[in-house]
Design a protein around this ligand. Structure first.
Ligand code: DC
Length: 223
């Protein structure tokens, strides 16, 4: 049986960790769609095109060559042939990604890349509009969320582990701005699908989040 699990929610809710754990427990593919928007953002930054320059971004899209590969269960993303797995994770590129993702042409540009991956294999895909736009027919839809403060605290720790030391207040402010960009944009705003199950993990450990999500998925898929 091929099935699709849509995992949406705001930044810092822990979607990628959860999706990775679920993918390995169920032996399915994990797709991080934020990496696609981040790669588009990185291309613009590298080519000195500001994300607010909508026409410039649209004009550059045909030159953005993206490829996703799954090596030993880990997603690698290639931008014009170069593995950008790590360089897309900076705060600057987070903001570029958030801004370019509000441009409808960027979303259309990435639509088929996302849909094609799920044609031949079961996936858990994380993003903002997976349950609403990419796979309205997903077998399971989870909207994972947590308070702004909890998400900012986790993101600060995650960045510190990578050697990026950003003050909590700065991370909080940037997250607030991104939340607002992502949830109020006209196209595909980050909102829960009507039939998504809401999971608020503000007070959950990673393990509790995992167990809660796994039981939702198992009961939906009758596994
Ligand atoms: O999940 P992330 O933080 O890596 O995503 C980076 C940005 O990309 C985020 O601010 C919103 C955007 N995004 C989106 O609009 N749709 C998706 N499916 C995934 C990400």
């Amino acid at each position: 049986m091929i099935y699709k699990i849509a995992l949406d929610g705001p930044s810092g809710a822990g979607k990628s960790t959860l999706a990775k754990n679920i993918a390995s427990a169920l032996n399915i593919v994990y797709v991080d769609t934020g990496a696609l928007y981040r790669s588009v953002g990185l291309y613009m930054q590298k080519n000195s095109i500001l994300p607010e320059n909508t026409q410039g971004v649209i004009a550059a899209l045909p030159k953005v060559k993206l490829q996703m590969k799954f090596l030993d269960g880990t997603q690698h993303i290639y931008l014009c042939g170069e593995d950008v797995k790590d360089s897309i994770r900076t705060p600057e590129i987070s903001m570029y990604a958030s801004k370019v993702s509000a441009i409808p042409e960027v979303r259309t540009f990435l639509l088929n890349t996302q849909r094609d991956i799920a044609k031949t294999t079961s996936v858990i895909m994380d993003g903002r509009d997976i349950g609403t736009v990419i796979f309205p027919d997903a077998d399971v839809k989870i909207f994972l969320t947590a308070s702004l403060e909890a998400r900012a605290r986790r993101r600060t720790e995650e960045l510190a582990q990578k050697g990026i030391n950003e003050p909590y207040e700065k991370v909080l402010a940037e997250m607030k701005e991104r939340d607002s960009n992502d949830s109020t944009r006209k196209v595909a705003p980050a909102v829960a699908a009507k039939d998504a199950i809401l999971l608020d993990n503000s007070d959950f450990s990673l393990e509790q989040t995992f167990q809660a999500a796994l039981s939702i998925i198992k009961s939906r898929l009758a596994l």
